[in-house]
Design a protein around this ligand. Structure first.
Ligand code: NAD
Length: 447
């Protein structure tokens, strides 16, 4: 299931050929390795505005041992990251400072480099002029992401006043290899209590995590990532997938729990299992999902309802059952729901699937305030083209087009979705709530 074209384009003969023919040259992406430095080289931090977050950014870098440059001009060492604090701008004219800082810095950005911009939320602006300046950052960052090459990404964090404590966790995620396939995204933060002293390599130590659909594919990758980060994983899948489920659970020292999540008593059975075996649960990942594709005009009722039942209704019912079970879902709990790019952009032949995945986004947004009240969060992750057994069986042409139409010119891996979910599970992701994080390499399909 490797990427033959990426490997060819990065080989001696291949790289010459693709350059001469003007073909895309997908990079080998920098991915997270426990124990590896946050960044493989120096970073530069600039401001375009009042610089409210400059100190926070510098501290995150220094704490991680990253050399920080105040500015760059002309040639010099390749940069691993370019950070811009653009908070406090009042008019579009202030963006000239962003341009002046970014242009020389981006010329020196190295492979798999990171551009991270922090701005104020346009929704909280005091005037149309201020809102215009804030919203303009989105167009700037999304375009930079499309201009970058060599596996580099650009993303924007929106930080309202008072949410400074929520900044370090997301900044570390976007600089690290965990965010390899998250590109061109805008993630709004909210003010939240962030517990101090998170363990760098085992941030989920002592926690219990449930992952549905964990027998294979993305779910198995999520189970592995959460276990690596310290959680005891309860791996859930249908009885028919029991053997593979047991393999995954054994591999990570977790528990296999055979359950069809669409069964009428599924929520109650899960609650009883968690109460008896673990006493509670800290992380819940609703990953199980199915496709039953057909054009709407040819779709029978069974195709429609089976997809809605697994992908949406089960997420609603299980989450409600966990919330109703007194004291089971800890304060600080994390619920992460797997949506899809199809739920944002729509997809031909997938009316049922796209409706279910868009429904997940609506659910997450509506539940977020109630989760915030109990110190918990609920978010969605929307994967784009992810290389799995399913995509490997597509015809070559469809697969090649599907995997190349994004800024990173390649499909993502299950581990990329897993790393994003593992990040959202962390205590330091407390300021991300009710959001949809796309893991799509800035796919050109949809917003
Ligand atoms: P997959 O088919 O490889 O794995 C899905 C797992 O869910 C299977 O092990 C299956 O047995 C399990 N499952 C299905 N119905 C279940 C039920 N009723 N109860 C319990 N378990 C059940 O799929 P995948 O590619 O790994 O996708 C995982 C998730 O990511 C899905 O929600 C999917 O919609 C989403 N997604 C995948 C892609 C992609 O490119 N692969 C893109 C966008 C979104």
């Amino acid at each position: 299931m490797g990427d033959w074209y990426r490997d060819f384009a990065n080989s001696g003969l291949g790289s010459t050929l693709v350059r001469q023919l003007g073909l895309p040259r997908p990079a080998v992406l920098r991915r997270y390795e426990p124990g590896a430095p946050l960044l493989p080289g120096p970073a530069v931090v600039g401001t375009a505005g009042e610089g409210r977050l400059h100190g926070v950014l510098t501290r995150v870098l220094q704490d991680a041992g990253v050399p920080v440059l105040p500015a760059v001009d002309g040639d010099g060492e390749r940069l691993a990251a370019v950070l811009l604090d653009a908070t406090g701008g009042t008019s579009p004219a202030d963006l000239a400072a962003a341009h002046a800082f970014l242009a020389p810095a981006l010329r020196r950005l190295g492979p798999s480099g990171r551009v991270l911009v922090l701005g104020d939320p346009p929704s909280a602006a005091g005037s149309p002029t201020q809102a215009a300046a804030r919203q303009a950052l989105e167009g700037l960052v999304r375009s930079v992401a499309k201009e970058l090459r060599d596996g580099a990404t650009a993303n924007l964090l929106l930080v309202p006043a008072g949410a400074e404590a929520a900044v370090p966790g997301p900044v570390r995620f976007f600089l690290s290899g965990r965010s390899a396939y998250v590109d061109g995204q805008v993630v709004p933060l909210t003010a939240a209590d962030v517990p101090a002293g998170e363990h760098e390599q085992r941030p989920l130590a002592g926690e219990v995590a449930v992952v549905t659909g964990a027998a294979r594919g993305i779910g198995a990758a999520i189970a592995r990532a959460l276990s690596r980060d310290g959680a005891h994983v309860v791996a859930v899948d249908v009885p028919a997938a029991g053997d593979k489920l047991a393999e995954v659970a054994n591999e990570i020292g977790g528990t296999a729990f055979q359950l069809d999540i669409t069964a009428p008593d599924a929520g109650q059975r899960l609650v009883a299992h968690l109460r008896e075996r673990h006493g509670g649960v800290d992380v819940v990942v609703h990953n199980a999902g199915i496709t039953r594709d057909k054009l709407l005009v040819n779709m029978d009722a069974a195709r429609w309802s089976s997809v809605m039942a697994v992908n949406l209704q089960a997420q609603l019912d299980t989450t409600q059952a966990l919330l109703d079970a007194d004291g089971l879902l800890g304060s600080g709990a994390r619920v992460i729901c797997v949506s899809s790019q199809s739920g944002i952009a729509g997809n031909r032949g997938q009316t049922n699937y796209a409706a279910s995945k868009a429904g997940v986004i609506g659910m997450v947004r509506a539940w977020a305030p109630a989760f915030a009240e109990r110190g918990a969060t609920i978010n969605a992750v929307a994967p784009g083209f992810i290389v799995t057994e399913m995509t490997a069986s597509m015809p070559l042409g469809t697969r090649e087009i599907g995997s190349r139409v994004n800024s990173l010119q390649q499909g993502g891996l299950p581990v990329d979705v897993a790393e994003t979910i593992a990040w959202l599970s962390q205590p330091s992701a407390a300021g991300v709530n009710g959001q949809v994080v796309r893991v799509c390499g800035q796919s050109f399909l949809g917003a």
